[in-house]
Write a protein that binds this ligand. Structure first.
Ligand SMILES: [Zn+2]
Length: 409
């Protein structure tokens, strides 16, 4: 999920001209060849973040009767046919709930409701999806032709300050937790809110240790750079960024700075690249980077929430995003490779959680275009397979091993 103020304009994207391509000129569309198709089909995609469960909640009354994944669902980024075309073999399904739910003490309850949606999806389409608990499960399920499914909890607000709740979510299948979402918590600073703790508090460090002990991946998307550094110092397992891009390419606080990428290399983790136009296109990132200050200014001016939301919409319309394209996304992949190495990058599309997508990456069917562009830039089939799924599988396995080491102590 890109922002609590996401626009519900799926499928209604304006046709904008790309003005800010890195080389100053618009780059040509990528044409997928048979060679790329063959490489893509020989591996599989393991994507770090898809918000379909939130769309099922908000657009389909939490029921697959209203959004049957066997039918084409053009208003969504995801359905079964397009997952097959994209050769998605494994997916972290996000069980996102807004940060505000914490204030009403409904964060855990609503997260459990979102987990129930993922469980309902497994039950309704047993020939297509199967829940995976471990890296070994993922490989076994993918080999049977099904999509191995794991749950990602988006935001530490969901545990309502309780390590018991964290364990409960693990027991229900959660295999990563993003430490924060948009808001700074009592124990961790977020990237898009005021920092209050210079990173993690002592309890925040305990959360990371407990996740290590459980074998749950520590996800550093959405957190502040100080929280990233603190978590990387404390963790004994590799971390992930389930849906974050590179800050050196597009200067947005949701992206990962180079000095953190260096630490991710030492840690053995993986940065899974987010496709959102507002994060990947340099000019779009620039137009949204001062979002936080703008919110503060507008909230002071419009204390009434409805007025604030209207003013915010006006500001967004006056500062429109440019969609960017496939080339921008691969620029982010290459930045992580340049600083951290080919073993530390993956894909975390954020499909169905983002209000605008880049050209040629419109939905879950489009992953082969990435394979083609990586091939165009000189990467080999084994390297491409690392990016598609190999790196995140290694990280999962290492986190499972770390949990066993902690338990043996
Ligand atoms: Zn998100």
């Amino acid at each position: 999920m890109s922002s609590p103020l996401r626009l519900i304009v799926l499928g209604l994207l304006p046709a904008l001209t790309v003005l800010g391509a890195a080389n100053g000129a618009e780059r040509q569309p990528v044409v997928v060849t048979d060679a790329a198709r063959k490489i893509h089909a020989a591996g599989f995609v393991f994507d770090g973040h898809n918000d379909l469960p939130w769309m099922i909640r908000t657009e389909a009354a939490s029921s697959f009767d209203h959004a049957d994944l066997r039918q084409p669902l053009p208003k969504l980024h995801t359905d079964i046919a397009r997952l097959r075309t994209g050769n998605v073999g494994a997916q972290f399904w996000s069980v996102y709930v807004p940060a505000e739910t914490a204030q009403e003490h409904k964060a855990l309850l609503q997260t459990l409701e979102q987990i129930a949606i993922v469980q309902a999806m497994m039950k309704r389409y047993p020939d297509v999806f199967e829940m995976a608990s471990t890296a070994e499960d993922v490989e076994r399920i993918q080999k049977t032709g099904k999509i191995a499914s794991m749950i990602g909890v988006e935001g530490g607000h969901c545990i309502e300050d309780s390590l018991g709740n964290l364990k409960r979510l693990y027991d229900l299948g959660a295999r990563y937790m993003t430490l924060t979402h948009s808001d700074t918590l009592a124990w961790a600073d977020a990237a898009t809110d005021e920092p209050r703790h210079a990173g993690l508090t002592a309890f925040g460090e305990d959360v990371v240790r407990e996740m290590n002990r459980l074998g749950m991946l520590v996800d550093l998307s959405h957190v502040s750079p100080e929280t990233m550094h603190d978590a990387l110092r404390v963790t004994v397992a590799p971390v992930i960024f389930s849906h974050s891009s590179a800050r050196a390419v597009a200067d947005h606080p949701r992206n990962v700075p180079d000095d953190v990428l260096v630490k991710v290399k030492e840690n053995g983790g993986v940065v899974m690249i987010n496709f959102y136009s507002g994060f990947i296109h340099p000019e779009s990132a620039r137009r949204r980077a001062n979002s936080l200050e703008k919110n503060r200014e507008l909230k002071a001016k419009f204390p009434n929430d409805a007025d604030f939301k209207q003013a915010r919409k006006r500001w967004e319309a006056e500062n429109p995003l440019l969609p960017g394209d496939i080339h921008d996304v691969v620029d982010h992949i290459e930045q992580v490779i340049k600083v951290a190495g080919i073993e530390h990058v993956g894909l975390g599309s954020d499909f169905d959680g983002i209000p605008m997508v880049p050209k040629q990456l419109e939905d879950v069917s489009t992953y082969p275009v990435i394979t083609q562009e990586l091939l165009n830039r000189g990467y080999t089939a084994p390297q491409i397979h690392l990016i598609m799924s190999g790196n995140i599988l290694r990280v999962l396995r290492k986190a499972e091993e770390a949990a066993k080491r902690v338990a043996a102590k």
